[in-house]
Design a binder for this molecule. Structure first.
Ligand SMILES: [Mg+2]
Length: 301
């Protein structure tokens, strides 16, 4: 039997049992539901290991009201993107405006109409999914489907700050396919695209930890970003990248080597306040140039 697709998880927060029962009874066929009867527990559930896909949030609750809950959710990285729909007893423009300004996606007034509630929940779940999909696409290289330059730039900034805090060294590997222009000229651009895809897969396979990131930097240039890695670790990964491409045995008629090879430059640094991620990129780039100048299919550090 096909496994059932996972139903979305809703958090319904309301201090009145009658409202909770109404919403839960009306939505339980389409969604998995967790309930909270006050603001504190709503916040706790939202920050749980499996965060809800959407929150239906009563405005009037004792102690922490819905507005405050929403404000706190939007402040926290892990809960910021969960869509919030306010459910309120009174229909007033000011309240609705306030709720939307706090970052809620919609506003439903009591008495609750279940069909409308269900339709709006479904709409916002779909929107959220589409947004997440787009966000992911914007970070992926269309041809090779590994991370793109934008994703790399973001990751470099994050890893730089993280390694600065931890006083650990960060390694950047910059690799480039040797004689790629000649490859394209001789074998055609379709074969060139195929070569890029296969090299991307080989590089990905050379990464050792799930946090190691390999990305297409542009053209036939790739990068690998390795946090908490010293020169020995970086050399091992660079060598694995070089060897894995060599082992693909992609025939190359326009190279000094019979098959496609790569050159790689390594830069390693413990981030400090008087250096920058751009310095690291520049150093790796310079080393890559050295590897090329020294005869290609090699690593320079
Ligand atoms: Mg209430």
């Amino acid at each position: 039997m096909e496994p059932e697709p996972r139903r979305p998880l809703l958090l319904v927060a309301d201090d009145e049992p009658v409202n909770l029962k109404l919403l839960v009874d009306g939505l339980r066929n389409d969604f998995r539901i967790r309930i909270a009867t006050d603001g504190e527990s709503a916040l706790a559930i939202a920050s749980d290991e499996e965060p809800p896909d959407l929150i239906l949030l009563d405005v009037m609750m004792p102690r922490i009201d819905g507005y405050e809950v929403c404000r706190l959710l939007k402040q926290q990285e892990s809960t910021r993107d969960i869509p919030v729909i306010f459910v309120t007893g009174v229909s007033d423009e000011e309240g609705e405006t306030h709720g939307l300004e706090l970052g809620a996606v919609d506003y439903i007034t009591k008495p609750i109409n279940l069909r409308i509630t269900r339709a709006r929940v479904l709409t916002h779940l779909k929107l959220r999914q589409a947004q997440a999909h787009l966000a992911q696409l914007s970070q992926i290289d269309g041809l090779t489907t590994i991370a793109n330059r934008r994703r790399f730039d973001e990751a470099l900034g994050i890893e730089w700050r993280r390694n600065l805090r931890m006083c650990t060294s960060l390694a950047l590997l910059m690799a480039d396919i040797d004689y790629f222009k000649q490859y394209n000229d001789l074998h055609g651009h379709l074969a060139g695209d195929d070569c890029l895809k296969r090299v991307a897969i080989a590089f990905t396979a050379a990464m050792r930890r799930p946090t190691d990131l390999t990305a297409r930097y542009g053209g036939e240039e790739f990068v690998a970003l390795l946090g908490d890695t010293d020169i020995d670790g970086a050399l091992r990964v660079a060598d694995a990248m070089r060897r894995k491409v060599e082992q693909l045995m992609i025939p190359h008629g326009g190279s000094s080597h019979p098959c496609v090879t790569v050159s790689c430059g390594i830069a390693v640094a413990v981030p400090s306040d008087d250096s920058s991620p751009e310095d690291l990129v520049m150093r790796a780039d310079r080393k890559l140039y050295e590897a090329k100048a020294a005869g290609r299919n090699r690593i320079a550090q």
